[in-house]
Design a protein around this ligand. Structure first.
Ligand SMILES: Nc1ncnc2c1ncn2[C@@H]1O[C@H](COP(=O)(O)OP(=O)(O)O)[C@@H](O)[C@H]1O
Ligand SMILES: N[C@@H](CCC(=O)OP(=O)(O)O)C(=O)O
Length: 273
């Protein structure tokens, strides 16, 4: 009988969902995925695991609210769209999580807040208290204020790296990154028909970085490049990351049950099939 590896039993779990899993290619909101995500995370929380959700979607939802097909060019307009979208995103999550009896709390972060020791400590205390209250923190970058200036870095750049920073800062055992793709492939499968999935990565080699392309969709931002950076950060901290398809968030149950789905990034662990 195969031994159950420790990543299957995380005490503290961070789940990141990308815009391309929350918004259909035509710009409409994927309410089904949002509802299923609320259902699954509520069930996981009720089983005693601490759960943090990092959700993208502020800009995508804002564009939908304002009936816009693409991002406006100027920063102030993008930030206004994010302001409208974040509000709507949380309204939907609030309603869906409430239907499963699960309390949530919003945490909007900028890079500088995590850089300065005092503000970082306050943020981490807030996470701790939310989890003590059995609430699920829902995190996003504070897009309405984050703009990089010469001597002041406020942006994370993308939510893949934000989720890795949150996971490592909270010492989470496992980061699950849900995207619109089944796994990391040896080449972008939207470009190369012969690409095959990689079930297990124990080291981010130059060949793997070479295989990672940008986003395949109108709304996604980082593509595979930023997911590999996130994996690198998590692995360096001695923890694990699973990249999997977020179309049906019940895949989280499969991951926690030890099924070999997506790509497992883990420094030394060998996956048992
Ligand atoms: N080697 C690769 N393996 C898998 N996907 C890749 C790879 N290189 C580039 N991609 C692209 O990355 C996309 C996922 O990133 P992105 O669109 O930013 O999603 P999200 O919104 O979930 O962050 C995939 O749909 C795919 O087109
Ligand atoms: N903070 C932005 C997310 C940017 C981002 O990284 O998006 P994604 O590549 O879809 O995870 C938003 O909420 O629109």
């Amino acid at each position: 009988m195969s031994q159950r590896p420790n990543f299957l039993d995380p005490k503290r779990l961070v789940v990141k969902i990308g815009t391309s899993s929350l918004i259909y290619p035509d710009g409409q909101l994927n309410l089904r995925t949002m509802d299923e995500l609320a259902f699954v995370l509520s069930a996981v929380r009720k089983k005693g695991r601490e759960v943090v959700l990092v959700s993208s979607g502020a800009i995508g939802v804002g564009l939908n609210q304002m009936h816009l097909k693409k991002r406006p060019a100027d920063i102030a307009s993008q930030q206004a769209i994010a302001s409208i979208g974040q509000n709507e995103l949380m309204a939907i999550f609030n309603q869906r999580f409430a239907s499963y009896g699960q309390q949530i709390g919003q945490v909007l972060l900028t890079h500088d807040v995590m850089d300065y020791p005092h503000s970082r400590e306050n943020v981490l205390n807030t996470f701790d208290q939310l989890m003590n209250m059995n609430a699920i923190p829902i995190v996003n970058e504070n897009d309405t204020v984050a703009v990089d200036e010469l001597d002041h870095k406020t942006t994370f750049g993308d939510n893949d790296q934000l989720s890795a920073i949150v996971a490592t800062s909270l010492d989470a055992d496992l980061l699950i990154v849900l995207s619109d793709i089944d796994a990391l492939f040896n080449a972008d499968p939207h470009v190369d028909d012969d690409a095959h999935p990689l079930p297990y990565v124990d080291e981010i080699t130059p060949a793997i970085i070479e295989a990672a392309g940008g986003s395949g969709t109108r709304f996604g931002t980082g593509g595979m490049v930023t997911k590999l950076k996130a994996a690198q950060r998590v692995m360096s901290a001695g923890h694990q990351m699973v990249l999997a398809n977020g179309t049906d968030p019940k895949i989280i149950f499969d991951i926690l049950a030890g099924k070999s789905v997506g790509t497992l990034f883990a420094p030394t662990l060998k996956r048992e099939d």
